[in-house]
Write a protein of this length. Sequence first.
Length: 132
Amino acid sequence: GQTIKQISENEFPVAYSQLYINSDSKEIFAVDSLSCCIIVYDFLNKKIQWTSDKLPNNIFTPPVKSGKYLIVADIKQNLYRFDYQSNNTKPVTLKINSGVLSNIISYGNKIYFIAKDGLFYIVNVDWIMNLH
């Protein structure tokens, strides 16, 4: 039998730069550092189900699912929160005045990360309910 199977390019786009991925039981969350777009791939239906708008800065962390949101950070100073299940492709942005160096960890309704200033941060995912 075949032990390795490739997902076709029609199902999942070819990555031409560093690809940062994460997943849950039914979806893959990926960001290509060159395109600066997040994609959500549906395992069950074998297709891309959502793609974000292009972000203004490079992303070097995998997207993290926290509740109904996808969270990602750029290298400059921003956290981005996407309500991808609503099909909204635009993020809500929180400026944190430092880029994120580590992976983002989600636990409950909080995310945790280490920023370029070397400090460890905790942020509630509802942090930007009304910010744009």
